[in-house]
Design a protein around this ligand. Structure first.
Ligand SMILES: NC(=O)c1ccc[n+]([C@@H]2O[C@H](COP(=O)([O-])OP(=O)(O)OC[C@H]3O[C@@H](n4cnc5c(N)ncnc54)[C@H](O)[C@@H]3O)[C@@H](O)[C@H]2O)c1
Length: 352
């Protein structure tokens, strides 16, 4: 049963009508009962028009005007990473619950301001950490929750650089709070590997490599290694979890087939994952957006919150401190006070 059936329609407006809004978010909302896409906004008028035509809604080029005219229940922020903070804060202040694409902000202060605004307005802020909703990781989470592996020792992820921040969220979601961070990364001179948006406080998408070690409050250790030279069609993400009662290996996950293979060791038993019939990346978006909508409607779900998004930013920032100062960094980082935010502008300096 679709949980929105019979409820008043949830009116969704989208800010940023580019690739991911059009190919994933729009279709995912369309699949949900009781959810209506009412408007799309893009600073490029043609993109806003195309989105409006495709999803039968109204088009805007100024999100403030859209918020004022439409008064949406939900705003979905799909702008580039360095253009998340202002639309998210404006939407929360306009009374909407917000789903913001990852990485939630390009600065730590920006992420903190988003979380503060959500708390002040009492609205729900979600961040689209959709890897939690890969069926294979839902299965791993279920098994860890019942203590199947006993006391955890190691939680490791080997991933493409594009998925590095997703892997951070995933490991924290699976293994719990992180108390210290230590790590290193190096960059390549080759501009082909430099991601289009640079985030001054974070590594985000390393151009060459990164190795990050996490100490969890439980005493387990986590390692995430990522390289930009990897191929998303050959390796997107591989996760291994070792506990005193055995090991789970989630591998064979690639961009066009996120179902992968889950194996339990030492039995070498392949675990069947309840994944439905589809194998594409869309599965993760559909399930993440569904969980966000259910959360907005009051259900407990695995949807990543603004606080979860901020945790990723803190770990990313601690990694930069660790490399710069050659030391382990304790979390949580001290939160910056209530100073006003600088206006957002593209931040493409300092290439990693
Ligand atoms: N969760 C995932 O797995 C996943 C996958 C891919 C992309 N993403 C994220 O989705 C976001 C968007 O990525 P994309 O690939 O769709 O980018 P994109 O460039 O295709 O689209 C972004 C759109 O935002 C518009 N825009 C920029 N500033 C705006 C503003 N102030 N108001 C209105 N529109 C504005 C641009 O004109 C563009 O059309 C990024 O944060 C990216 O990291 C997430």
């Amino acid at each position: 049963m679709n949980p929105g059936a019979g409820l008043p329609p949830l009116r969704v407006a989208v800010i940023g009508c580019g690739g991911i809004a059009t190919s994933q978010h729009g279709p995912a909302y369309q699949k949900l009962a009781g959810v209506e896409i009412i408007a799309g906004c893009d600073i490029v008028a043609e993109r806003a028009r195309e989105f409006a035509t495709r999803f039968a809604c109204r088009a805007y080029t100024d999100y403030r005007e859209m918020l004022e005219h439409e008064r949406p229940d939900v705003v979905d922020v799909c702008t580039p990473e360095d253009q998340h903070v202002e639309p998210t804060i404006a939407a929360l202040a306009a009374g909407a619950d917000v789903l913001c694409e990852k990485i939630m902000a390009h600065t730590l202060a920006g992420g903190q301001a988003m979380v503060r605004t959500a708390a002040r307005t009492g609205r729900f802020l979600g961040v689209d950490y959709n890897y939690r909703f890969f069926p294979i990781f839902q299965e791993v989470k279920r098994r860890l929750a019942v203590g199947e592996l006993g006391q955890l020792a190691l939680v490791t992820a080997y991933t493409h650089a594009f998925c590095f921040h997703h892997a951070i969220d995933l490991l924290v979601w699976l293994a719990g709070p992180v108390v210290t961070v230590v790590g290193q990364y190096t960059a390549t001179e080759d501009p082909r590997y430099h991601y289009r948006v640079q985030c001054p406080d974070f590594v985000y998408v390393p151009s060459r490599n990164v190795c990050l070690t996490l100490r969890f409050a439980s005493g387990a250790l986590g390692v995430i290694c990522a390289s930009r030279f990897d191929d998303l069609h050959a390796n997107m993400l591989r996760v291994e979890i070792v506990g005193e009662q055995g090991r789970l290996t989630a591998d064979s996950i690639v961009i066009h087939d996120i179902i992968g293979r889950l194996t339990r060791w030492p039995e070498k038993a392949e675990i069947t994952v309840d994944a439905g019939t589809e194998r594409g990346f869309n599965v993760a978006f559909e399930r993440a957006i569904r969980a966000f909508v259910e959360r907005v409607r009051g259900a407990e779900t695995d949807a990543a919150t603004g606080e979860d998004g901020l945790t990723v930013l803190e770990i990313e920032h601690a990694l930069k401190i660790s490399q710069a100062e050659g030391r382990e960094v304790a979390l949580p980082l001290p939160r910056i006070g209530e100073e006003p935010l600088e206006r957002e502008g593209p931040s493409r300096h300092g290439r990693w």
